[in-house]
Design a protein around this ligand. Structure first.
Ligand code: GLA
Length: 405
């Protein structure tokens, strides 16, 4: 029986992790970077993408772990007379290969976007029927990551799984190590099949918008809290090389530009942006910023560049936090870390400040700990509990170290 269990577990490992020639695991920790979509939508241009690559390095984001520039929808200019997919020459006059060389020269990686149907969500040329040819093209351009969308494709899970596997296989055959991001918005429970189909990550919800939560069932776009509520129940499906993707960070958009601006919103508050960073990190989601990196204010930098919080996201143990409390006021999550510490996040969901009285034993943490507040960057308690105020929509994040260790 024990042997059987071991066998099953080791088989699960082989499909869920893709190893490169040198033995490293693809997307061993959640990919981090900057994505074009929520700021530029499809109005992208190579010049601005190069400026974002410069800014990623200059602001210290690259050093903090944000290694990718992800080009989203809108780059495509159709196919040439040999059916090779080409970039829009107005938007990418130097071509994607030149952009990729530029991005790589900065020590960064480049992601690109396509869709498992004839056209993408924004109506551009996509890859159905051209999977191997497009994968070869992406490899020849030096692409390191592919986000693969699902607009215009049939709704059943069997077809989705097949179409994603076809592209994943094509990427593996391309000769280049290309991480694969599945994007079918959680509609077919991809956490149950996407790793097996060859994905390193899969979106679990519809598109994030720069807002805290949906005000009605009918309202389009997901708020930060809406996405947390879906993902916090999916911890068992994430692990090294296979992640639940909670979509882009809206931190620093401030209600402007791109799809989030369409809502006419004012954007989230600082506490809400800080909560997004905290919970995306706790829940081991990929971290794709999408704000204008060239003009980031100090608050945005403070949030996106909190290295102690990023460390939780990138912890090599690869555990997604488990939800221990979820009521009208509190969501409390616990994430075990590779050195034996635990991260604890305390989100106040309510519209007023609240006092939390946290007994660690109630979360299954039975020792005495030193408690470091990762937003205040200091030790705030020693022992078996923490008591303090959490503002509306704020998340406190603590790192607990066993006092005896
Ligand atoms: C879908 C995806 C988004 C974005 C757009 C591009 O809506 O979910 O993340 O890629 O398509 O058209």
């Amino acid at each position: 029986m024990y042997l059987l269990l071991l066998l099953v577990l080791s088989q699960k490992q082989t499909f869920a992790q893709v190893k490169s020639a040198n033995g490293s695991i693809l997307a061993a920790t959640p990919p981090m970077g900057w994505m074009t979509w929520n700021y530029f939508a499809d109005q992208i241009h190579e010049k601005e993408i190069m400026e974002m690559a410069d800014a990623l390095v200059k602001t210290g984001m690259h050093d903090a772990g944000y290694h990718y520039i992800f080009i989203d929808d809108g780059w495509q200019g159709g196919r040439d007379n040999r059916n090779n997919i080409i970039a829009d020459p107005q938007k990418f006059p130097s071509g994607i290969k030149a952009l990729s060389d530029y991005v790589h020269s900065k020590g960064l990686k480049l992601g690109i976007y396509s869709d498992a149907a004839p056209l993408t969500c924004a109506g551009y040329t996509a890859s159905l029927g051209f999977e191997e040819q497009d994968a070869r093209t992406f490899a020849s351009w030096g692409i390191d990551y592919l986000k693969y969308d699902y607009c215009g494709a049939p709704s059943d899970a069997k077809t989705a799984k097949h179409r994603y596997k076809t592209m994943a296989d094509a990427l593996r055959k391309s000769g280049r190590e290309i991480a694969f991001g599945i994007c079918e918005w959680g509609d077919r429970k991809p956490w149950l099949w996407a790793a097996e189909a060859g994905g390193q990550l899969w979106r679990t919800t519809g598109d994030v918008r720069d807002k805290w939560k949906r005000r009605s069932e009918k309202e389009g776009g997901e708020g930060i809290l809406d996405i947390i509520d879906v993902n916090a129940g999916l911890d068992q499906y994430a692990g090294i090389g296979h992640w639940n993707d909670m979509d882009m960070l809206v931190v620093g958009l401030n209600g402007k530009k791109g799809p989030s601006g369409d809502l006419g919103g004012t954007g989230c508050t600082i506490a809400e942006y800080q909560s997004q960073m905290s919970l995306w990190s706790m829940l081991a989601s990929p971290l794709a910023a999408t704000n204008d990196l060239r003009t980031m204010d100090e608050q945005t930098k403070r949030i996106l560049l909190n290295k102690e919080v990023i460390q939780l996201n990138q912890d090599p143990l690869g555990k997604q936090a488990a939800r221990k409390v979820n009521d009208a006021v509190w969501t409390i999550l616990v994430k075990p870390l590779s050195n034996g510490d635990y991260a604890v996040a305390v989100l106040n969901r309510s519209d007023a400040a609240q006092t939390a009285e946290l007994k660690f034993a109630d979360l299954g943490l039975n020792e005495a700990y030193t408690v470091r507040d990762l937003w205040a960057h200091k030790t705030v308690a020693k022992g078996k509990k923490w008591k303090g105020q959490v503002n509306s929509h704020e998340t406190k994040v603590f790192r607990l170290k066993n006092i005896k260790s």
